[in-house]
Design a protein around this ligand. Structure first.
Ligand code: SF4
Ligand code: SF4
Length: 82
C-alpha cells in the first residue's frame, strides 16, 4: 500500500472543508486552532493517508502539498504553489 502524508499551509487555509469531504481515507479534520486570519485550518487526524492527492486537487487555495513515500524516503509527489 502506498503511504503518503500532507502538509497544509495553515495561513492560506480558510477551513472550507472541501478537502475533508474529498478525502477517501477520512484522514483530514479541522483543527481547534485558528490562523492569523481567524479561520480554523485543516490537519491530518489519522495516519492513513495514501497520497492520492484528491485533497490538493480540490483545494481552491492550493494550501495542501502531498508527499508519497518512496522506499525509505518521503518523496514529494505534488507541490501546489500559489
Ligand atoms: S492525499 Fe488523499 S488520502 Fe491523503 S489526505 Fe489527501 S485526500 Fe486524503
Ligand atoms: S480545501 Fe483548502 S482551504 Fe479548504 S479546508 Fe481544505 S486546505 Fe483549507
Amino acid at each position: 500500500m502506498i503511504r503518503g502524508t500532507i502538509k497544509v499551509d495553515t495561513e492560506i487555509c480558510k477551513g472550507c472543508e472541501l478537502c475533508i469531504t474529498a478525502c477517501p481515507q477520512k484522514s483530514l479534520g479541522l483543527s481547534n486552532n485558528i490562523n492569523s486570519h481567524g479561520f480554523k485550518y485543516v490537519e491530518l487526524i489519522q495516519d492513513n493517508c495514501t497520497g492520492c492527492i484528491n485533497c490538493a486537487l480540490v483545494c481552491p487555495d492550493s494550501a495542501i502539498t502531498v508527499y508519497r513515500q518512496s522506499k525509505n524516503s518521503i518523496k514529494q509527489n505534488k507541490k501546489v504553489t500559489v
